[in-house]
Design a protein around this ligand. Sequence first.
Ligand SMILES: [Zn+2]
Length: 274
Amino acid sequence: MLPRINLQDFSRIVVLTGAGISVASGLSTYRGPGGLWTRDGALSYATAEAVQSDPEGVWRFFSDRRQGIGRAQPNPAHLALASAERLLKPGRSLTLITQNVDGLHRLAGSTNVIELHGSLWRTRCSANACDFRRDEDLTRIDPACPTCPQCGAWLRPDVVLFQEPLPGAAEYVAKRSLRDCDLFLAIGTSGTVSPASRFVRSALFAGARTLYLNIEPLHEDDRLFHQQFIGPAETLLPALLGTIRVRPDGSELGPGRNASSRATRHHLTKGMIH
Ligand SMILES: [Zn+2]
């Protein structure tokens, strides 16, 4: 039986999610076996340089990704976080920082979402001096690269590509939320690389309890997370948060307290339990 995290014990919760949370929605991770960046040509289109040299190729590449992701639905892990946000008492906050560009947190119903790497569903102008932006481009899956109605430059997906900095506003809000958080939970992302490794340090400095949930365990030397839960997010998270119970087919049963998981393990990192 997994312990249950009572979110009502905390007032400023920050959750960081990575590609691992969307695997059960049918989306691959970026770097793992079969991951997007291991496929031929993918890396060459996901760069700032390619937007300049081959804007139509970049648009075609991401148009294909939009088609694939457009069919994906939120899984029980996304739904558990959305439920957790809805169930918070007044005056408490849950800030969801995601590295994912798939939009599944918003589709699940989460509202306080910081998209650190942008969103595949937004389009913006490729000219730095132009502020044209279009939200919800779900219905515009078109392999032909459009041009900006304001300045005529090529349009591009509003995602952070290699060689590009994180969006200033998203990074600022993420850092601000970490500054006074009392619970930090990293889900489906490596705990040893940025941003999780950076964010957990900030959260620890703020005095937060730090939890890690992923299919891959932390290195045994890792002392930045107080507690780790090893297993698939879509199974572990609803059980841990107790926000929903999930049938074996993934459908929701409603609020429950006794959800448990069989195929999962949880570890307490020595000497770091509050
Ligand atoms: Zn423009």
